[in-house]
Design a protein around this ligand. Structure first.
Ligand SMILES: Nc1ncnc2c1ncn2[C@@H]1O[C@H](COP(=O)(O)OP(=O)(O)OP(=O)(O)O)[C@@H](O)[C@H]1O
Ligand SMILES: [Mg+2]
Length: 342
């Protein structure tokens, strides 16, 4: 009898624990924190560091190419740690004027500058008790870096127009797609600030360095977009998956995710075939790419130029369509058109 009661209790606890884990996952999803997918050695290293730091408040620097999952890693660290119930605030340090970034980061008092019609907290204070994610941290202007260093070092901020500093208690996670050490060597980023941020370093591998994760990522995005678009999950043909795995993904996981989403947005077909892939991914070569017999190998730049020219011809000069055919965004196409004088 006693044993039965104990067993029952254990089972109940176990069920509760599982329910708890499920709810947690659900909450994560609702908050927009996807799961990190991939089992390659390259990602195992990343998971190990996440596990090691999730329980403490050490400052973390996440570096890596665009679209490799830097923000997802930051959110995961926050979500799995004791600060999960507290705010996660993200700010992109790129593209703001110095005054605006200053006030976004550290806040301002009403009347501190033209347009400051009310007091503003700034993200350091908004994130108090939680995590502050500083995206593109290399873009903080040199002139603002001393003030930033003080905030990181002393954990206090002085809003613009205020005279007394305010203490803040935040976990800092910074991200960069530039080589921050090179920025330091080039005199564009303060060395002391770099050392403050680079306490724990996570380097996100580019997708081409772990292609073995591509099938799992594809499956994950198929599932997640079928939920989002409320349609039954699509399949990818073996041929198409082979091309997806072979492609080098300059835009990394985000580019792969966009490609799968495009299939959901544009087609009701249940399978994604070679024909659905952008030419660059499908390995499509323009009719005049030459080098058929291998005697006349062209340079990569030359190939790229011809590929873009062919795409422009195919789209009859429509750049949006040409960009789609090439599987790159329009900005990038414009830069290439300029570069090659097309
Ligand atoms: N390993 C992964 N598993 C699942 N989804 C991923 C993974 N890596 C990235 N993603 C997804 O890819 C997209 C891009 O990731 P994220 O925004 O974190 O990249 P990033 O490194 O911050 O890029 P950028 O430098 O361009 O801001 C997001 O939608 C993210 O959820
Ligand atoms: Mg990002």
């Amino acid at each position: 009898q006693e044993i039965l009661v104990t067993v029952e209790r254990v089972l109940k606890v176990d069920a509760l624990r599982r329910e708890n884990a499920r709810l947690r996952e659900e909450v994560g999803r609702l908050r927009g924190v996807g799961e990190l997918i991939g089992e390659s050695p390259a990602l195992q290293g990343v998971y190990r560091v996440i596990e090691a730091v999730k329980g403490n408040k050490s400052t973390v620097l996440v570096s890596g190419e665009s679209g490799t999952g830097k923000e997802l890693v930051a959110r995961t660290i926050h979500q799995r740690g004791p600060l999960a119930e507290h705010p996660f605030i993200a700010i992109n340090c790129a593209g703001l004027s110095e005054t605006l970034l200053d006030s976004q980061l550290f806040g301002h008092r009403r009347g501190a500058f033209t347009g400051a019609v009310a007091d503003h907290d700034g993200v350091f204070r908004a994130a108090n008790g939680g995590t502050l994610f500083l995206d593109e941290v290399s873009e903080i202007p040199l002139s603002l870096q001393p003030k930033f260093l003080r905030a990181v070092q002393e954990r206090e901020v002085t809003p613009l127009g205020a005279s007394v500093p305010v203490p803040v208690d935040v976990r800092l996670i910074a991200a960069t797609n530039r080589d921050l050490e090179a920025e330091v060597r080039g005199g564009r980023f303060r060395a002391d600030l770099f050392y403050r941020l680079n306490v724990v370093h996570i380097e996100m591998p580019p997708l081409r360095a772990h292609p073995e994760d591509i099938p799992n990522l594809v499956e994950h995005f198929l599932q997640s977009f079928s939920r989002q678009y409320r349609v039954s999950p699509k399949r990818v043909t073996a041929e198409a998956l082979e091309r997806l795995t072979a492609y080098t993904w300059p835009g990394n996981v985000r580019e792969l995710q966009n490609l799968i989403e495009r299939a959901f947005a544009l087609s009701t077909a249940e399978t994604i075939t070679l024909e659905d892939l952008p030419p660059a991914v499908a390995g499509w070569t323009p009719p005049d790419a030459g080098a058929g017999d291998g005697t006349e190998l062209s340079t990569l730049g030359d190939m790229e130029r011809r590929l873009i020219a062919a795409a422009l011809r195919k789209s009859e000069g429509n750049k949006k369509e040409a960009a789609r055919l090439l599987g790159i965004d329009r900005q990038r196409l414009y830069r290439k058109i300029e570069k090659y004088g097309l």
